[in-house]
Each structure stands twice: as C-alpha cells, then as structure tokens.
Design a protein around this ligand. Structure first.
Ligand SMILES: Cc1cc2nc3c(=O)[nH]c(=O)nc-3n(C[C@H](O)[C@H](O)[C@H](O)COP(=O)(O)OP(=O)(O)OC[C@H]3O[C@@H](n4cnc5c(N)ncnc54)[C@H](O)[C@@H]3O)c2cc1C
Length: 213
C-alpha cells in the first residue's frame, strides 16, 4: 500500500502554482537539484507501472511533460530478472553491468531506458517537446487531491494537472521466518530493489555480492 497521506482540501490548496517556477530543494544531498513546482503529468513511484504510464502518455500526447517521483535511487528497471537471469548468472560483473539475456537470446540492461532517454527535472517546464524527467531518492509523503499537489519528504511541493499513484506494494515476509529467531534471520535475505535508497531496505546488488563471496 502507498505510504501517502491524503488531506482535506484547504483554501490555500486551491491556489494554482506557477508552472514555470522552480523550487530549490531543502535536502542537502540534493541541494543542486531543482524540483519543478508544477508537472502536467505527475507519476508517483518509479516502477514498471509508472514507466509504462509515461510511455503511453507520450505515445498519445507526444509533447507531454511527465515527472516521475521515486524514492529509489534508480530510474525505472525490470525487477523479474533480479531473481532469475541476474541471480543465476555466472558473470561476476553482473552486479555492475546489470545486463541479462532475454528469452530471445538478446542481451539487454534491466533498465527500461538509458539515462539519455530522460530529461532533467529542471528542464521539464521549458522542454519544447516535453519529455520524461525523474526525481530519484524522493518520497511523496502527502497528497492534496483537491488542490492537485503533493508534498515531498523535504517539504517541497509540486502541483500537477494529472497524477498517477503507482507506488507498488511492500512484500510480506513469511511468519515462519519472522518467528524463527535471530539465527535464521541472519541467514535470510530479503530483497526487492536493485540498490539501496537512503531510506534503506533490501538491495539486490549486495545480496548477490554476498552470494558470490
Ligand atoms: C525480485 C523480484 C522478481 C519478480 N519477478 C516477477 C516475475 O517473474 N513475474 C512477474 O509477473 N512479476 C514479478 N515480480 C513482481 C513485479 O516486479 C511487480 O509486480 C512490479 O514490479 C510491480 O510494478 P509497480 O510499478 O506496480 O510497483 P513497484 O515495482 O513496486 O514500484 C513502485 C515504486 O514506487 C516507489 N514508491 C513507493 N512509495 C513511494 C512514495 N511514497 N514516494 C515515492 N516513491 C514511492 C517505490 O520505491 C518503487 O520504485 C518480481 C518482483 C521482484 C521484487
């Protein structure tokens, strides 16, 4: 379930934001990152659903300006190969390349698109032909659905015309493992993400490196 609160509308929430304005983030780790104050299409979550939505939006509206906000440090990627082709790969460099052979024998990266596919969040408001920008390492903590705006974990606000909540789910552990005690937990690896976000959590790369060592 999405860890996003929803609030009652307020008078202030109905104020439209300046579409061209750019807010400076308060987060020191991202001090240089300019966060657009408005996104025509705002997608919360950086998984497959968000990426597929961005692609469909751009196919129907080629000039669309799409902003993906994700709490992960990475651009959208495929999770299924993590526990299959990458996990069973004999190539020790796989944790760096993150490439795998598809069913048709062709090799590809787990990332849906190379970094060059995306425009920067700063460019979003001025990009003539629109594009898809990503804000990584950012968590949406509050939504004002009538005021059409969201708040990030550093209190930055972004207004939107249309918003998609694609925050996925949190996998459950098995009770039998949770109850088995410290010794079993130490030998159990739970992973879902390719790399660790500042919020912490499971991470494929270190799990696989642990397996190789
Ligand atoms: C290791 C592994 C193997 C898998 N193998 C298969 C398979 O073989 N076949 C299959 O059909 N499915 C498989 N799945 C499941 C499949 O990957 C998921 O169904 C799919 O990823 C769901 O996509 P999603 O975009 O809905 O959610 P997710 O991929 O979970 O993406 C949600 C995103 O939202 C972000 N987010 C959450 N809350 C916030 C917030 N408040 N603010 C900002 N960002 C937020 C998360 O960080 C994440 O980036 C596998 C999953 C894993 C982990």
């Amino acid at each position: 379930p999405a860890a996003v609160e929803e609030s009652e509308p307020t008078a202030a929430a109905a104020e439209p934001a300046e579409p061209e304005a750019v807010a400076e983030s308060g987060d020191s780790a991202a001090a240089s990152l300019k966060v657009p104050s408005h996104a025509p299409y705002l997608l919360i979550g950086g998984g497959t659903a968000s990426f597929a939505a961005a692609r469909s939006i751009r196919a129907r509206d080629p000039g669309a300006k799409v902003l993906i906000v994700t709490e992960e440090p990475d651009a959208p990627y495929m999770r299924p190969p993590l526990s299959k082709e990458l996990w069973f790969s004999d190539d020790p460099s796989v944790t760096e390349t993150l490439r795998f052979k598809q069913w048709n024998g062709k090799e590809r990266s787990i990332f849906f698109q190379p970094p060059s596919f995306y425009i920067t969040a700063e460019e979003l408001s001025s990009a003539e032909n629109g594009g898809v920008a990503i804000l990584t390492n950012r968590k949406v903590v509050h939504m004002d659905v009538r005021g059409n705006k969201i708040k990030l974990d550093d209190d930055t606000e972004i207004s939107y015309d249309k918003c998609l909540i694609a925050t996925g789910g949190v996998p459950r552990n098995l009770q039998v493992i949770e109850r088995a005690g410290e010794e079993v937990m130490q030998k159990t690896t739970l992973f879902r993400k390719v790399s660790v976000s500042p919020q912490g959590g499971e991470d494929f790369v270190s799990a696989l490196e642990g397996l190789c060592n």
